[in-house]
Ligand binder design. Structure first.
Ligand code: FES
Length: 125
């Protein structure tokens, strides 16, 4: 059974999940939302349009490459396509768990990667 290790401003968690589960659903069911603060209520409910569920993900997910919605939403402010790619950012509502994952939620309404953050060693090229 895959394990999701979450690092978040709201606290860290280790959550068991089933392969194929949607990452956002797994985090929310465990009370460890991928959203920060008011974004827990003010979000697109998984449509991939608000960008507030953005997290860095290391480990196997499906699809392995960014979806069209992820490329679109992680490509404009407050997100930045280059910084998001370097940090392995995904939208938790768009990816399914394929194995053990390390997930990092950054602070702020969207949890965007701040300018100047060092690239993640596990991010895709
Ligand atoms: S919940 Fe809005 S983009 Fe994921």
């Amino acid at each position: 059974m895959p394990v999701v290790r979450l690092s978040s401003p709201a606290g860290d968690a280790v959550i068991e999940a089933a392969e194929g589960d949607l990452l956002r659903d797994v985090l929310r069911r465990a009370g460890a939302s991928p959203h920060n603060g008011r974004a827990r209520m003010l979000n697109c409910k998984g449509l991939g349009s608000c960008g507030t569920c953005a997290v860095s993900v290391a480990g196997p997910v499906e699809p392995a490459a960014l979806t069209r919605m992820e490329r679109w939403r992680l490509g404009f402010p407050p997100h930045d396509a280059q910084r998001s790619r370097a940090a392995g950012m995904r939208l938790a509502c768009q990816v399914r768990i394929g194995g053990d994952l390390d997930v990092r939620k950054r602070p702020g309404f969207w949890g965007a990667v701040p300018d100047g953050e060092a690239p993640c060693a596990t991010a895709e090229p």
